[in-house]
Design a protein around this ligand. Structure first.
Ligand SMILES: NC(=O)C1=CN([C@@H]2O[C@H](COP(=O)(O)OP(=O)(O)OC[C@H]3O[C@@H](n4cnc5c(N)ncnc54)[C@H](OP(=O)(O)O)[C@@H]3O)[C@@H](O)[C@H]2O)C=CC1
Ligand SMILES: N[C@@H](C[C@H]1CC(C(=O)O)=NO1)C(=O)O
Length: 327
């Protein structure tokens, strides 16, 4: 029997999920839920769209609910709210606030006897896993993470939540000299500001105070305050013409030494090059939706991160197929 998946929140990630579920023949997309009028939401497939006020009445038709809202203001409310009723997966990526998000969601999921997976995606998510593996293996070393050049959905979403902003895209740009120094095993000590810059393209509402919007972006804690950030105000047409895609990617690196006197240098590097940030992120969410369902079927409950999920839960392969093809 297929794993019955539903989506809450239909934006870039929601559309990505619609595509990702179709690529997994052990799953079916049973519904999309939105806070808007369903008639205004145009989907890529013929999946039914409901207003979120229908969600709880459909609890027995859904095995896993994937939360595709924004981390800035949606997921802090929605994940804990629905973890009481469904197995859920979210992509929460306000790194500084993950501990408090975990605690709130864990209480709700345990109360409902459900599994809730938070901060699933590539960062946090796949990059987190690779940072952990690298740290566990190369004990004498230094960690580095670089993103881009590409469009951060979390940062773009955060800008769009500012009053007076009609639309926005944020590019994260790695400082090439810093990346090169890391790859050369120079083990540089780098501040946040020395690793990336951020460039924002913003469409302001008619009559909005652009100076105030720019100030709110540049001082935004957890998103922009620690970076050198530039803000460009452009028209909706220019945004659609020049910034339509959502490519991204990045690198997790750990450089370390082995040998009794650190004679040998090693570099661990995990990299992603993504045409579509949301579609790739949705593929990760879909694999972890499979894991959430399976873990709950075994009687597990509570909040999990990618660190808590044995890889076998993610795969459609049988243990024998894994051993014969992946070892
Ligand atoms: N961990 C990771 O690696 C990653 C995490 N993310 C996270 O995913 C989050 C979601 O990103 P993304 O999908 O790009 O965000 P969007 O802005 O596209 O969508 C966020 C929500 O806004 C609402 N919405 C979407 N379009 C419209 C519209 N035209 N009018 C009104 N409301 C709209 C939807 O909710 P509704 O349908 O209810 O109105 C949607 O769920 C990001 O905030 C980020 O934190 C993203 C990529 C990677
Ligand atoms: N969570 C990010 C995924 C990566 C990209 C990123 C950045 O550019 O700052 N940080 O983490 C996203 O929303 O796209």
């Amino acid at each position: 029997m297929s794993i019955r998946v539903a989506i809450l929140g239909y934006g870039n990630l929601g559309r990505g999920m619609e595509c990702a579920v179709k690529q997994n023949d052990d799953m079916e997309l049973v519904a999309v839920f939105t806070r808007r009028d369903p008639a205004t939401v145009k989907t890529l497939t013929d999946v039914k769209v409901y207003n979120v006020d229908q969600l709880l009445s459909m609890q027995d038709q859904i095995d896993v609910l994937v939360l595709c809202g924004g981390s800035a203001t949606d997921l802090p409310k929605q994940t804990a709210e629905y973890a009481k009723y469904f197995n859920v997966v979210d992509s929460f990526d306000t790194h500084a606030k993950i501990p408090e998000h975990f605690a709130q969601v864990d209480t709700a999921a345990k109360e409902g006897g459900k599994v809730a997976m938070i901060s699933v995606g590539w960062d946090p998510g796949m990059f987190s896993l690779n940072r952990l593996y690298a740290n566990a293996i190369l004990r004498d070393g230094s960690d580095y993470t670089f993103w881009g050049k590409g469009v951060s959905q979390g940062h773009s979403d955060a800008i769009r939540r500012i009053p007076g902003v009609k639309d926005a895209k944020q590019y994260t740009i790695p400082v090439e000299a810093a990346l090169e120094a890391v790859r050369n095993c120079e083990n540089p000590v780098l501040t946040t500001r020395q690793k990336h810059t951020r460039e924002c393209f913003v469409v302001a509402e008619e009559g909005a105070d652009k100076a105030q919007i720019e100030e709110q972006i540049k001082t935004m804690p957890n998103y922009f305050a620690d970076y050198d950030t530039t803000v460009h105000f452009i028209t909706e047409e220019e945004l659609q013409r020049d910034h339509a895609g959502i490519p991204h990617g990045g690198f997790v690196l750990r450089t370390g030494k082995t040998g009794l006197n650190g004679e040998h240098d090693h570099v661990i590097e995990y990299s992603l090059k993504l045409d579509s940030n949301p579609e790739f992120t949705s593929c990760v969410l879909t694999a972890y939706a499979r894991a959430a369902y399976r873990m709950n079927q075994e009687g597990q409950k509570g909040c999990k991160t990618v660190f808590d999920v044995a890889p076998a839960y993610l795969s459609t392969l049988t243990p024998e197929e894994m051993r014969s093809t992946l070892l």
